[in-house]
Design a protein around this ligand. Sequence first.
Ligand code: MSP
Length: 637
Amino acid sequence: MRKKVYITTPIYYVNDIPHIGHAYTTIIADSLARYYRLTGYDTFFLTGTDEHGQKIEQSALSRGKSAKEYADEVSAKFKALWDDFEISYDYFIRTTDENHKKGAQKAFEVMLGNGDIYKGEYEGHYCVSCETFFTDSQLINNEYCPDCGRSTTLVKEESYFFRLSKYQDKLLEWYQNVDDCVMPKAKKNEVISFVKQGLRDLSITRTSFDWGIKLPASLNDSKHVLYVWLDALVNYISALGYGTDEKHIDFWPADFHLVGKDILRFHSIYWPAFLMSLGLDLPKHIAAHGWWTRNGEKMSKSKGNVVNPREVADTYGLESFRFFLLREVPFGQDGDFSQKALIDRINSDLGNELGNLLNRIIGMSGKYSNHELDSSNVLRFYAKEIDSVQEILNGVEGYMKELQTNKYLEELWKVLTIANQSITLHEPWAKIKEGKKDEALALIALVANILAKVSILFSPIMPKTAKAIGESLGFDISTAEYNRLIVKKELLKPTVLKVISPLFPRVETELMQTAQSTPALKEESKKEEGLINIDKFFASKIQIGTVIKAEAVEKSDRLLKLLVDIGEGSPRQIISGIKAYYKPEELSGTQVCVVTNLKPAKIMGLESYGMILSAQDENGLSLIRPEHLKKSGAIIK
Ligand code: MSP
């Protein structure tokens, strides 16, 4: 039977440059794909970019670019990074690809045809940053997104809905029946309790902006675009040709959807429900990893502490970075990046335990056998060591398949410890002195074999290191060698060891400056000079105010004292420099736009609790007002 596996990363939003979180998911997925390829599976590994939606549209606008122009630019950055990192993806999908659009439209049509989509009106709150709808009761303080804490927007628009509620029981059945459908277990339990609280139908179209996939032409309803999460999730099948040529559709169902914990809900609730409606099989594993912090702190652009994966790889080496990410944290748990932790891993696990081992056998074999390596006496003298090695290696496969890469590597390093200890214990130099050259050379061969087996098994995580060790010890990283050395447990063929330079030279001090000062980031920030991100904009709270009363401030040519209702119960006093342009009596009852979260200020001895927005040119000053009457306190976005 054909052994096949389909592995995906999330598709990344193009409103941000790649950071350690993106690199982490992608590197786990890459390692898994390499592992399956090595062990003889036909592998399809998908990554790509998620390019539609209001968030991307706003990011593009704030940079004075069209959404497509901006998406092209950032998508190319992701692709370039993965190419430079030699990520072994089989396909890079963009949601702006025509084939993807067709796939998404087909999915909509099929769900509609099945009676799972109906038209209605959505009224609720939308978080643009999370691209997520929320009900009143989910909000924090009636306004803020429960996931990211940003302010939400009240949305009332015509919308198509997906009958998510219909799938509640079927989803619960699936979680119940398929043990590892959502991994790890703790996260699965969270999903189950969320679903048990009840699922509401899901709004799956938007009308208030354009940057999205249009509904299928057959609906003749051009004001709607698909909700970005429906659009995005379908990428996992459109990449296989769903809706077009179905070229790789036999890879479905996916074996592993790798995601961060923040997007597990979309993948473990919406996605399987959509698939049930489409009549397609469900993914085998949806696996959620934890969150990375830096030196114990949450990363954010404003703090300037976001870990730039390219910078880490350029400074410490990509192989070390890959090892660190996969060794440092148990899958599913949060992890902390610090240069100190990375350097410790490099110096101890990689330098001392792995690199030194190779150096030692290169040195000893050079001295005692002109680098000739022969395994024929290994079992005669060191059968016990080989047995212990084999026992550990027999048990590692499961760890990799369960994504417990830290355990997997830990076990492999136990095997390296056996090699290091046998050198200390058997002292080949002493054996040479005692005239037991056979034993000494067999010991060197034992260590070489251990290194070979371990390298083949860690090759998915550190492909270049494994390749270099293979070149030195006379084997290659291939399925054939995997079958020979790991499955059939054979030993290395006689060879002449090649001398290579030390693999992981010691790192003495932290090599990276603060994140902001690196050339790559400087370049980035130069391009963004003068631009602010949307969060900064929303740091100002601007609301509609209704002027209750206005009067001149005594002894001032400039100032008016206003009482403005912004829906708080009692009106605020605001002192504004508009006296030259407006008479107090013409302001009463009119609406203005007020920045309401400024620190109170004292102007000519009077407290002012806000600022009124106006625009001024050579013809004078005008207040900025809503086009139609709005409720006092309505938020301006
Ligand atoms: N576009 C959606 C995914 C759609 S998939 C059908 C999206 N994109 S994202 O770019 O915002 O995030 C992609 C991944 O990066 C998520 O899995 C998220 O968990 C991960 N990370 C973002 N910041 C992270 C950390 N600080 N640490 C670890 N991973 C984090 O969501």
